[in-house]
Write a protein of this length. Structure first.
Length: 298
């Protein structure tokens, strides 16, 4: 079955993906603080693979082409490095501040998309990104006045490194979404990530069974899978330069979850910045495309 889909549907799906993955970030922060970055990464990778295989393999899928398989592997390597740096970093800085630091990624991806994806950079997307990034700057200035821990600089550096990886990831999501369907993308990513962690075990050591935390690992895996599927669906329907601005909405979720779960204070700077972020997302969402693409929904 084929039908015409509008890019705004992809925009809404991308916003949903950001909300789901922001919730996962809060769960992962809890797990990193409880059992450590390596243990949570290994066990979440195993849970992701089991869940994605259960969704994908019963459909008796065709083997992907060599080019598509290369895209799956390359993006999975980038995602693994990105995740390790980010989750290690948010274990050392407030959740909202960590999310704010990653917002250089959509700007980098938006600027690079005309070069690597041959996409047209619309004026609304640029204005939306600048408005949202101004909101991030307001929030960071406000949070810079708060007291920080001893290793916060290392956490900041790790998150900035993760943001650079994520800008590459945003571009690769568009390539990948045009070459494969969401369940295939999710399966091969989870498989490659698990292989990478198994290969790393001689270096990081065997990871003990996470007693008392397995439920949260399953929750994190489920949220990760759901967010990944939503992103794959979204990026098959909208250009990377158009969808990248949705990443800024993550700060709203991080501020709320950081306050509710970790008792991290939300300042007036945060509220002012949030208004700019929402305004930027709405401005970008109003972009008009002449001919929405036809997508295979099966």
């Amino acid at each position: 079955m084929r039908r015409v889909t509008h890019p705004v549907q992809g925009f809404i799906a991308a916003l949903g993906a950001v909300a789901v993955l922001s919730t996962m970030d809060a769960v992962m922060k809890h797990l990193v603080l409880t059992i450590g970055i390596f243990a949570v990464s290994v066990w979440r990778a195993a849970a992701n693979f089991v869940l994605s295989a259960a969704l994908y393999l019963p459909r008796r899928p065709k083997r992907p082409t060599r080019r598509t398989l290369w895209i799956h592997v390359a993006r999975s390597v980038v995602v693994t490095l990105m995740a390790v740096l980010f989750f290690w970093g948010i274990g050392r800085v407030p959740l909202a501040q960590g999310i704010a630091l990653t917002f250089i990624a959509p700007l980098i991806a938006m600027l690079l998309s005309p070069l690597f994806l041959k996409e047209r950079l619309a004026g609304r997307s640029i204005l939306g990104a600048l408005s949202a990034f101004a909101g991030v700057l307001v929030i960071v200035v406000g949070q810079a006045r708060a007291e920080v821990g001893e290793d916060v600089l290392f956490g900041v550096a790790a998150i900035l490194g993760s943001a650079l990886c994520y800008s590459v990831n945003i571009l690769m999501m568009r390539w990948q979404a045009l070459a494969a369907k969401p369940l295939e993308i999710n399966f091969f990513q989870s498989m490659v990530v698990l292989i990478l962690w198994i290969a790393a075990l001689p270096i990081i050591g065997l990871q003990a069974w996470p007693h008392g935390q397995i439920g949260w690992i399953i929750v994190a895996s489920t949220l990760s899978t759901a967010g990944g599927l939503l992103f794959a669906w979204a990026y098959a329907r909208g250009e990377a330069s158009y969808l990248a601005v949705t990443e800024y909405s993550a700060f709203l979720w991080a501020s709320l979850l950081g306050w509710l779960v970790f008792r991290e204070r939300v300042s007036l700077y945060t509220l002012a910045g949030a208004l700019l972020i929402v305004g930027g997302c709405l401005a970008a969402a109003r972009r008009k495309l002449a001919e929405p693409p036809e997508m295979d929904l099966i």
